[in-house]
Design a protein around this ligand. Structure first.
Ligand SMILES: *[C@@H]1O[C@H](CO)[C@@H](O)[C@H](O)[C@H]1NC(C)=O
Ligand SMILES: *[C@@H]1O[C@H](CO)[C@@H](O)[C@H](O)[C@H]1NC(C)=O
Ligand SMILES: *[C@@H]1O[C@H](CO)[C@@H](O)[C@H](O)[C@H]1NC(C)=O
Ligand SMILES: *[C@@H]1O[C@H](CO)[C@@H](O)[C@H](O)[C@H]1NC(C)=O
Length: 494
């Protein structure tokens, strides 16, 4: 974030505690794209939401506590050295262990022993260069099974989280390739490279990320966190940063009946399709309705099942800094050309992206990922949970009269109304806005400004609906506009 913007927000927020009516608009001057940044905070490290907001353009510092367990699936029983992928849940890694077995073909002895088929993100398949007969684990056991490696972080890990479906499927590599890797992916550097899993472009990304960790960021971070079927980490120094908990031999798979294989093939098919649409799926999204991509090819999981809950808790293995982070939304870029439903970067000249690169480097090189960062995501969550269904009803407008609508609003806002001073709408908006924002919450930070601003927008629309004596149609339209401005995943999926 740029200092000038920060200053403006800080000033506008300082002005907010004692608002007179004429100040409301000034305090309301919200960061550009506050709605999108709010949604980035709300979706971070959440699979279902990330599937809906699949084109991420934000970068957060992340920390993972010492001792946290992670998984890696491979054809080798030897602990990994150097760069590789880590999964948050064992099922994710098991797929790779199983695949290492059924993908070990006839020609394995011809392969270099330094190459191993091992866990790599499905997004890899985005590149359309699946290496079914490419990287084969020459060093692996020939008995026909893979290995599940269980590791524990040997220290507090410091990472950079790339949001959205940043490793696919159906996501977009744009924020990595254009911003982080400065348009270098697809032009591999000549010379020897580390023996890591994954198709060529994913190898390039991992190698480039770890080069930057060393050369640009002075090892102030240990790798990247990305999202695909599950969450994953590109970790640059396995043997330094992880302790081996256990390495298990996995159940031999029957190639022809392997569920993994079927699942993998259908994912690959979907991914190849996405690939021909361009990297990422934003092109077709121009035409599709919000949330319309959630068909059979949509993100796995849902909002409310036990599996989804589990998925959310997985995210808690990682703490993000929501106060200060870098997002393309604050750089005055045209991220939604032709009314794109998701942000796109491909049309933006590289010079315009350069300040974002600079700020990411600055963030990593000057800030410490904190395990105690203020949890603006929890606040965003409360706001969405409290108002999402209600706003949906209000925007649909099935009310017999404006009076009935106002009765509903009065009930909703009752906790903030003081019946001895009923018409004090500014005070009502203040109390509503701050219901979930403690007075000790950080002021003037990116996360703080965005969450306060969106919270205020919701509350002032509700209060206006109650007090401003608009007719029914006009009131309903104001809620329709609010819902479309907010673009909450919960509302888009309805
Ligand atoms: C991480 O935890 C292990 C096990 O409790 C401990 O031995 C080690 O010293 C810790 N490392 C750091 C850097 O705190
Ligand atoms: C990105 O690449 C351009 C052109 O190669 C270079 O001038 C610029 O310094 C690079 N940016 C960063 C942050 O490394
Ligand atoms: C974008 O959407 C707005 C409102 O729906 C519409 O008025 C405008 O013509 C659209 N622009 C383009 C380029 O499609
Ligand atoms: C609030 O304002 C309305 C219209 O101005 C007025 O009719 C009503 O009596 C006021 N209510 C209270 C409790 O002051």
């Amino acid at each position: 974030m740029r200092c000038t913007e920060k200053l403006i927000w800080a000033l506008s927020l300082l002005a907010s505690p004692s608002l007179s009516h004429s100040h409301i608009d000034a305090a309301d001057v919200s960061p550009t794209n506050a709605n999108h940044i709010f949604n980035a905070i709300h979706s971070a490290l959440r699979h279902w939401e990330s599937g809906i907001k699949h084109n991420g353009v934000s970068f957060f510092l992340a920390s993972v506590p010492n001792g946290t367990q992670f998984y890696h699936g491979t054809g080798s029983s030897q602990p990994i050295n150097g760069i590789e992928w880590l999964a948050f849940v064992p099922e994710h890694a098991l797929g790779f262990a199983h695949r290492s077995e059924w993908r070990r073909p006839h020609n394995e002895r011809k392969r270099s022993v330094t190459f191993q088929e091992s866990q790599h993100p499905l997004a890899s398949i985005v590149d359309g260069q699946d290496h079914t007969d490419g990287t084969i684990d020459g060093a692996s056991d020939l008995a026909g099974h893979g290995y599940l490696h269980i590791y524990a972080a040997a220290k507090d890990l410091r990472l950079l989280y790339v949001d959205g479906m940043s490793a696919g499927p159906r996501g977009s590599m744009q924020s990595q390739d254009r911003i982080l890797f400065n348009d270098t992916i697809g032009h591999p550097k000549p010379g020897p490279k580390p023996p890591i899993g994954g198709p060529p472009r994913e190898q390039e990304r991992a190698i480039e990320a770890c080069r930057m960790v060393k050369e640009v960021w002075g090892e102030r971070i240990d790798g990247l966190v990305r999202t695909e079927q599950g969450f994953e980490i590109i970790l640059c120094e396995f043997s330094r940063d992880l302790d081996v908990v256990h390495i298990s031999q996995t159940k031999p798979q029957d190639k022809t009946n392997s569920d993994d294989e079927k699942k993998y093939k259908s994912q690959r098919k979907a991914q190849n399709k996405a690939d021909t649409d361009g990297e990422g799926s934003h092109k077709q999204d121009h035409k599709s309705k919000p949330g319309g991509h959630r068909g059979s090819r949509g993100p796995q999981g849902d909002c409310c099942s036990l599996a989804a809950r589990h998925n959310q808790l997985i995210g808690h293995k990682v703490r993000l800094d929501f106060d200060e982070f870098v997002t393309a939304y604050t750089y005055d870029l045209d991220l939604f050309p032709n009314n794109a439903s998701q942000p796109v970067l491909e049309h933006i000249p590289t010079e315009q992206v350069e300040p974002i690169r600079r700020d990411i480097n600055h963030m990593i090189n000057t800030m410490e990922p904190s395990a105690y960062a203020f949890d603006w995501q929890a606040v965003a969550d409360m706001i969405v949970t409290r108002y999402s269904d209600e706003l949906d009803v209000l925007a649909k407008g099935h009310f017999a009269s404006a009076t009935l609508l106002r009765e509903r609003l009065e009930k909703l806002l009752e906790p903030f109304l003081d019946y001895s001073d009923f018409n004090a709408s500014d005070a009502v908006v203040d109390r509503c806005q701050n219901e979930f924002i403690t007075h000790t919450a950080p002021v003037g930070t990116l996360g703080g400004s965005v969450v306060r601003s969106v919270s205020r927008r919701v509350c002032s629309t509700l209060v206006s609906g109650l007090f401003d004596r608009m007719d029914l149609d006009k009131t309903v339209v104001s809620f329709g506009e609010l819902v479309s401005f907010l673009g909450w995943a919960t509302l888009e999926s309805k």
